[in-house]
Write a protein that binds this ligand. Structure first.
Ligand SMILES: Nc1ncnc2c1ncn2[C@@H]1O[C@H](COP(=O)(O)OP(=O)(O)OP(=O)(O)O)[C@@H](O)[C@H]1O
Length: 327
């Protein structure tokens, strides 16, 4: 549904050039929620703005729903852009218009006739659960309600694709959860494909089927969340399931085990104890249901040095678990 091929965007300012996006290729399947995570300055916003061509890439192509946007200009590009919704971190609402007025404005810009506009506004506000606040002005709405208006407005052109620019970063944790729930619901009910950028791991956990880690304009890892997490040395795994610095436990070997897949659980700990006569202790970690499937990481202390515990580690690896010896 979204195909980016060899995207590059360089900024030049005062004789200096910054490569914000440095050869990124990406394929988002129809109906998928794809999250790009990374620290400030990694190039996430630039990448997202390249997808609807608010920012023109210097190199590479952008194809959305089979249409190569980078080959379009003028009216044809404007028309194609209307089919891509965008949700902003700070909502970007018109303060002089009510919730309904903000949604109506997007329909006006698209040339939707007045009679149909009223019907569509009601439909869109209903979709985001805001019917009873239709006549409130942005100043009278909570952050979560404002973002619901932002989402309704983004859906005005009946888009197949929604781009979310840090959509929950300005919200408290509980409101974040309700907005993530709404986005997941819209993704499933409307078959909406979502590409989002975020620095919040909760967003990856609760919303994303797939994700990429971006650093210095490039993707350092990319794939389905449950697959990435199980990859040895995965940065995403360390961010989503942080275990911290391993403790030094003399006489023990500390291992970090990643489990992923429909049956992911901690049952292997009991099996280790039985099979190898090792009294494995859980030091920390969690196994959870994520949007992309079950996954988790557990830190264990196995009695004995690396040599004594090697057969148990090998057994876990043979069973398909990702195991890293942490200390
Ligand atoms: N208009 C611009 N002119 C010059 N440099 C820019 C411009 N926009 C972004 N940059 C630079 O490009 C790089 C990537 O910025 P970008 O905003 O895409 O990163 P980001 O990952 O979205 O960060 P943040 O989360 O802080 O917005 C940064 O080094 C930034 O300073």
């Amino acid at each position: 549904m979204i195909e980016l091929d060899g995207l590059r965007r360089t900024y030049r300012a005062r004789g200096r050039s910054v490569v914000a996006v440095d050869g990124v290729s990406l394929s988002v399947r129809p109906g998928e929620v794809f999250g790009v995570v990374g620290r400030s300055g990694a190039g996430k916003s630039t990448l997202l703005r390249c997808v609807n061509l608010l920012e023109r890439p210097d190199e590479g192509t952008v194809t959305v729903d089979g249409v190569e946007l980078t080959a379009l200009g003028g009216d044809r590009l404007r028309a194609a852009r209307q089919r891509i919704g965008m949700v902003h971190q700070h909502f970007a609402l018109l303060s002089s218009r009510t919730a309904a007025g903000n949604v109506a404005f997007a329909l006006e810009v698209m040339g939707v006739p007045r009679r149909e506009r009223a019907r569509r506004v009601a439909e869109l506000l209903d979709l985001v659960g805001l019917t009873d606040r239709a006549d409130a002005y942005p100043a009278q709405l909570s952050g979560g309600q404002k973002q619901r208006v932002g989402i309704a407005r983004a859906l005005a052109g009946r888009p197949k694709v929604l781009l979310c620019d840090e959509a929950t970063s300005a919200l408290d944790p509980e409101t974040t959860r309700s907005i993530l729930g709404l986005l997941r619901d819209l993704n499933q009910r409307l078959g909406l494909t979502i590409l989002l950028i975020t620095h919040e791991m909760d967003v990856v956990k609760r919303l994303c089927d797939s994700a990429a880690v971006m650093r210095d304009g490039r993707f350092t890892e990319s794939g389905r969340v449950t697959e990435l997490i199980a990859r040895p040395g995965s940065e995403l795994a360390a961010e989503v399931f942080p275990l911290g610095t391993p403790p030094a436990l003399p006489g023990s070997t500390v291992v970090d085990v990643t489990v992923a897949g429909p049956d992911a659980d901690a049952a292997f700990v009991a099996e280790l104890t039985r099979r190898f006569d090792l009294d494995a202790r859980i030091l920390g970690g969690t196994v959870e249901q994520l949007a992309g499937g079950r996954a988790g990481r557990l830190r264990l202390a196995l009695p004995g040095d690396a040599e004594r515990t090697a057969p148990a580690v090998a057994h876990l690896r043979a069973a398909g678990l990702a195991v890293e010896v942490a200390a």
